[in-house]
Write a protein that binds this ligand. Structure first.
Ligand SMILES: [Zn+2]
Length: 231
């Protein structure tokens, strides 16, 4: 049963279900769907007042996901343009060459190009290569650490998701957005830890956040960094 609760300027939509339970339970799923389970026989007034009391918490949960709006600024891929790698800014330097290759030195990402392949393609292939090295390097010790909870991801892969930094399927397949290679290492670790926590707790419950805080006490800082970094 779909319900809507108006809270200030926000409309909180939720699915209401009556089940055989003693107390009201609220779960905010990673796709931002809110499920409310109420004991059979509870009144709508009672349910609404209870959901209202939790409204701030619900809205907060919705903000804690790893979703983002894609960046709107177009890249030109010309010399002098700033590009990021592991949280640092580098200037593009396009150099004519017979062989296509990418190197980074000091403050520069140097693109040696024969002109046959687009600069955008060359740099993306380079990012991909770096992502493969760094994501696994950063994930390995974390996966090892999570074995104490008797969990282990089925796989860790890189993907170009449009709206998410990472995801974890029910089967335990973790996907990391290739764009993360542009962020500081701790931001990448935060996303990996977030997904590993999902192997223990599927939803963003209090238990989930308790675990995430235990595994990365300053995760909020890195979450904010990740968001700023996109602006
Ligand atoms: Zn999550």
């Amino acid at each position: 049963m779909k319900q809507v609760l108006c809270y200030g300027s926000e409309a909180i939509e939720y699915n209401l279900q009556f089940t055989d339970r003693k107390t009201l339970g609220i779960v905010v799923h990673s796709n931002r769907v809110v499920d409310v389970k109420a004991p059979i026989g509870s009144s709508m007034i009672d349910i609404e007042s209870k959901v209202k009391k939790k409204a701030v918490w619900i809205l907060k949960q919705k903000d804690y996901f790893l979703s983002f709006e894609p960046r709107l600024t177009e890249r030109q891929y010309v010399s002098g343009e700033t590009h990021l790698y592991l949280g640092r800014q580098y200037q593009l330097k396009i150099i004519k060459s017979t062989i296509d290759s990418v190197k980074y030195t000091g403050r520069f990402i140097e693109i040696y190009t024969s002109g046959n392949i687009k600069v955008e393609k060359l740099i993306n292939a380079w990012y991909r290569e770096k992502a493969e090295i760094w994501f696994y390097k950063l994930a390995e010790p974390l996966i090892e650490r999570f074995k104490r909870y008797n969990v282990c991801p089925e796989s860790v892969n890189i993907n170009n998701m449009k709206y998410r930094w990472g995801s974890c399927s029910i089967k335990g397949r973790i996907l990391l957005n290739q764009e993360l290679i542009k962020a500081p290492k701790a931001c990448i670790q935060y996303v990996i830890i977030h997904e590993l926590c999902h192997l223990v707790h599927r939803d963003h419950t209090k238990a989930f956040f308790d675990l995430q805080s235990r595994e990365m006490p300053d995760w909020e800082k890195w979450k904010h960094k990740l968001e700023q970094f996109l602006a």
